[in-house]
Write a new protein. Sequence first.
Length: 298
Amino acid sequence: MPQVGQPPGRPLVGVGLAALAVLSFAVSDVLTKHLAERHPVPVVMALRYALSLALLLVVLAPGMGAALWRVTRLGPVVLRGLILAVASLTMGHALRLMPVGETVAIIYLAPFAVLLLSAPVLGERVDRVAWLGAAAGFAGVLMILRPGGGLDPLGVVFALMNAGCAVAYSLMTRVLSRTETTLALLFHVTLTGSVVFGALAVPFLPQVALTGADLMAGLALGVAATLGHFLFTAAYREAPPSLLGPVTYLHLVWAAGLGWLVFAHVPDALTVAGMAVVVVAGAATAWHAHRGRAVPPE
């Protein structure tokens, strides 16, 4: 996130970087599903976080030193990292049981929930258009979750748990970004995830035999997840968050497309319609928010 008062740079560059960021996250989702179908989720996540932490230390620590991890509110920062660890665990289990596109679509309930909770929790104004967009997004998710849709019920529960974690994580990020740097927040969630999943993976290690292909997939997972965060950091330097909001919904498009290419999963017509409703509602709501902030009050 940009620092308070930082002017936007090159908006089109920011949009392009954000689009690549969500593509990286979609690749991360596909790799997570690939590995979680073969190995225990805690082991997969331990591999992902350990490699991400190694990348941060190798690439950034030599130049930044203590600035990479220095924070002013350590307790809330660690709590945010724990919330993301739970989110990663539930995401891994959801992807193990369900197609990538549908899983990501359900998780995109979170931005609508954050929008609606911004008023009572953060004191931000939520107008009528935002409420209508949230209602439309919820309706789109219900189209995906409908009875007879063929989704694994336990997978749905994990995806909904992940959406709940994402709400808490996003609200904490908004609060902590006022005093902490983006890279310090990224470092601490990566360190927290490495510690948590390192401990959770220990009981599974005797029964896990990672092949060379698994290790390569794990390395790619760590790179994709870390690259996504880096690209978003760069995007926020170039464009305001309100402009980048609509672009994040490309994540769902990338996820559905990669799910089709890699796992040959083709959603039915009603599920595709639900995904489209989520994308349109979310992007339109975010664009409305951007226009409202871009036009000065009379």
